[in-house]
Design a binder for this molecule. Sequence first.
Ligand code: HAM
Length: 426
Amino acid sequence: MSIQIPRGTQDILPGTVEKWQYIEEKAKEICKLYNYKEIRTPMFEHTELFLRGVGDTTDIVQKEMYSFEDRGGRSITLRPEGTASAVRSFVENKLYGNPQQPTKLFYIGPMFRYERPQAGRFRQFVQFGVEALGSNDPSIDAEVIALAVDLYKSLGLKNLKVVINSLGDKESRDAHRQALVNHFKPRITEFCGDCQSRLEKNPLRILDCKKDRDHELMGTAPSILEYLNDDSKQYFDKVVKFLSDLGIQYEIDANLVRGLDYYYHTAFEIMSTSEGFGSITTLCGGGRYNGLVQEIGGPETPGIGFALSIERLLSAMEAENVSFPFEDKIDCYVVALGEEAKEASVKVLYDLRKAGIVAEKDYQNKKLKAQFKAADRLQASYTVVFGDDELNKGVVSVKTMETGEQEEVSFSELVTYISEKKSGER
Ligand code: HAM
């Protein structure tokens, strides 16, 4: 039996990969505008990083990590997300010492989670994420949300919803935590085993449980917004005011808790509201993670960021029938007839390409008609044709495919001729 691709992964083939490149370019362009710099960290890290960073009561750590022992006996994990790695690198490379703060980073790369594959959920997926480390200014919370929204809009998405919540500072979270314990404790035996163990360790996670989602106590659970102290309330008010100033519509959802443990204050998601998008509608998730840098061994440094997967972004574009503004065309197809001409075509192609002309030829000894067909299939703008006779005379025939116009051009002029045609100078 032939070997198949692992479940939850996908091949991105030519024809689709161009869409990925386009999205990645857009993401980079927007990061440039907002002055976020690219960081590339390894795809695997010491498991300990995610236990501490993501939180050991989260689904990601408990059920979804690809962890293994390497040949040196170390526990290694394929990164399930990018924030912990970015923060590790920030600490390890002492980026906090740079004069320019906050440190604004972005990354694009594969992440790995052992989840049940379904539409929009993969075991390997590519996240584009940004992290801003070193500022407690609510304007940067609004900035990262704006950056994500700008990316989606620049790609033509319209059916978006920004959902935001505040998880408050430590004091607010502790008060809320106690209220949650009081709320769930009397009936905790009605909940799944995970929730039972989360009750004391991390009751907030109960709100995120997929199994007990419909339990009646979920809907009546105390809302974090009621437990925000004055500082946290003021912070949240400023973030949403900035969003309004930027014309970004949002909904406040007190039940938005996110699936990772490191969040304080702002937590947000961006959803697709397109009909037929499927059951997983979250396109992007992020929030503020004051405390994480210290947890990972660095100096007290606040942080905020988000991540989104290109897979879900692409599905959202498909759901909204957004077209991609590029064509898969080549400039020039070289048809050579006869042995000498074929040999000469090797250098012709080389010269065309050196001049920045996308050129192709036949490599399978095809007949004339089949070569013309190939030129059509590749949507060549120009077809260059010559046989041994023309070669001896030093001329080629160039056909402009759009108009059908045909011209005889001398061999030595060919590259200039096509270049000028292409740039519209001729
Ligand atoms: P997350 O909510 O776990 O947050 O993931 C962020 C985004 O990654 C999701 O909204 C979704 O677009 C994508 N994603 C997650 N899991 C999958 C999957 N199995 N298949 C396809 N796409 C997926 C984080 O990862 C945080 N690090 C975000 C963050 C950055 N917070 C602060 N800074």
